[in-house]
Ligand binder design. Structure first.
Ligand code: NG1
Ligand code: ZN
Length: 510
């Protein structure tokens, strides 16, 4: 093995205090300078995996909303979606090993598509992954700069035979979804939608949608990637949603709608600015908008029995969960943070809608659903579901679905915010060295270990009534503990957040 790669691997192990890098909330993620060895191992692993199937696989190189110096690898299985828990464990075991393990493979070769975001480290990491794939005796095809959902969709679409020769046809992604959207939209949509591309890959690809849809939807792009060194810097969905600030280059017009993507275009928030106040539409409201329409359509055909579920995380505002169950009459379920968990749970329903508060989300449906909708002549709903990216949650495609619905249901972005009122909530993070000591229940709503820490949290919370809650969990993507508090009065929520933070500062290794 290349001694340089071996060296970097040792540094990574040292940095992580001899702990394994885990295939976390969204794949492997680290500071990019430690990722060469991991990339090479990911390449070999997926190369071998591809030699056990006639279907194509994918790897996306990105660290999404994280800092520009970070990077990561997300593996795309044949149908998009996520690796199984067992595959995740296998890749974690495999990556740390320094030898080339030639496991038994069924075929002489396999095919893997490799996509990457605009980070400076992405190009060389892409080459390393391609080297690993070659080492395993498989063929790696470089997709170039694509969004995470685009990479997943291209893998999915090739395997379904929707498109051939994807290697020269990344544009297929744009054509496929624009065609469906244009079938759904009867008249031009009013107003202008300003899209903040986080200075990343989404901003680049939005241009093609802007051009193709110009007759029905007016899109204005800001932070569209002409300053790639400023990726996620003062712009993008993470900045807007977590900092509650307007992105740079914001152009105010009271009639405009605004949307921000994250660095790899799988997260989306909408917002508007009124009376000096930024009003943000988070993931919960996308789930509700989509579910309202799906339910309304299905109610036209009482004989058609399809199960619908909405999957959320502990970061969902409780007011949204209450609205889903009490007003929409739809089943709401919690999953741990990370789309990989939500996606899996969403598959339990005929139509599963999942969204994280930060705007990661999708509508996914079982294979029989489209033909049943056709049989019951629910053609518009059939098109709407076809518009949703089945491979993985997709910010650009979710914009198209949202624009269709706001127009169809004649809802303004302001009305959307008035459907229900969020409880005041506050999310903060604390940088720590030993986040892994914290363990929660499956839904991540309650801390269970360490026991003495749990007692301290319970003691703080015992001063407040049951309508207040706080969740503490280790991040899967950063060396932080996240604290999320919520309740009826904003001042009390701030007080809880402050007290929990202070207590954690003295308890954890900072
Ligand atoms: P971590 O760092 O595990 O909290 C964050 C987001 C997730 C998901 C992942 C992947 C929050 C609270 N957490 O995970 O929802 O988006 O990054 O990018 O927003
Ligand atoms: Zn992302």
């Amino acid at each position: 093995m290349d001694p340089q790669l071996r060296d970097e691997h040792r540094q990574l192990l040292e940095k992580n205090q001899k702990q394994l890098l885990t295939y976390g909330t969204s794949g492997f993620r680290e500071e990019s300078k430690y990722l060469k060895f991991v990339g090479w191992r990911v390449g070999i692993f997926i190369g071998q995996m591809s030699k056990n199937t006639t279907l194509k696989l994918g790897v996306m190189i990105t660290a999404s909303h994280n800092k520009i110096i970070d990077n990561g690898f997300k593996i795309v299985p044949p149908k998009g979606g996520m690796l199984s828990i067992e595959e995740e464990q296998n890749i974690e075991i495999f990556y740390k090993s320094e030898e080339i393990v030639q496991s038994e493979t069924q075929y002489d070769t396999g095919i893997v598509y490799v996509g990457r975001d605009t980070r400076p480290s992405s190009e060389s990491l892409c080459q390393i992954v391609l080297d690993g794939i070659k080492e395993a005796g498989a063929i790696g095809i470089n997709l170039g700069i694509v969004t995470t959902p685009q990479c997943a969709f291209l893998v999915y679409a090739t395997n379904l035979g929707l498109v051939n020769q994807i290697e020269s046809n990344q544009q297929f992604f744009v054509e496929y979804f624009c065609n469906i959207f244009l079938q759904l939209i009867k008249n031009p949509i009013k107003g202008t939608l300003v899209i903040d591309g986080a200075e990343g890959v989404g901003g680049i690809w939005i241009k093609y949608f802007q051009e193709k849809l110009a007759n029905v939807l007016t899109i204005q792009r800001i932070n569209y990637g002409d300053e790639p060194h400023l990726l996620n810097d003062g712009c993008g969905s993470e900045f807007v949603q977590k900092e509650k600030k307007l992105p740079k280059n914001f152009v105010y017009d009271p009639t405009y709608r605004y949307a921000s993507l994250d660095g790899d275009a799988d997260r989306l928030v909408y917002y508007y600015f009124e009376q000096n106040k930024l009003q943000i539409i988070e993931g919960d409201r996308f789930a509700i908008l989509f579910a309202m329409y799906i339910k309304q359509q299905l109610q036209k055909k009482p004989d058609l029995k399809l199960s619908i579920g909405i999957i959320q995380t502990a970061y969902a505002n409780s007011a949204s969960t209450k609205y889903i169950t009490e007003n929409l009459g739809i089943y709401a379920k919690y999953a741990p943070t990370g789309v990989k968990y939500l996606h899996r749970v969403a598959h339990e329903f005929d139509i599963g809608i999942y969204f994280e508060a930060n705007g990661h989300g999708a509508v996914i449906y079982k294979d029989h659903v489209l033909s049943q909708l056709k049989e019951f002549e629910l053609f518009e709903l059939e098109l709407f579901l076809k518009l949703s990216n089945q491979a993985v949650g997709d910010a650009i495609i979710n914009i198209l679905m949202t624009e269709f619905l706001l127009n169809k249901l004649e809802i303004t972005i302001q009305d959307w915010l008035l459907i229900y009122q969020d409880y005041p909530a506050l999310s903060t993070k604390l940088y720590v060295k030993n986040k892994q000591i914290i363990k929660t229940n499956y839904e991540e709503t309650t801390l269970i270990e360490p026991i003495d820490l749990k007692q301290k949290v319970d003691e703080i919370m015992s001063k407040y009534d049951k309508s207040y809650r706080t969740c503490i969990r280790p991040s899967g993507t950063e060396n932080v503990v996240r604290i999320h508090s919520e309740g009826p009065q904003v001042e009390i929520v701030k007080e809880i957040d402050f007290r929990i933070n202070e207590m954690l500062k003295s308890y954890m290794e900072i």
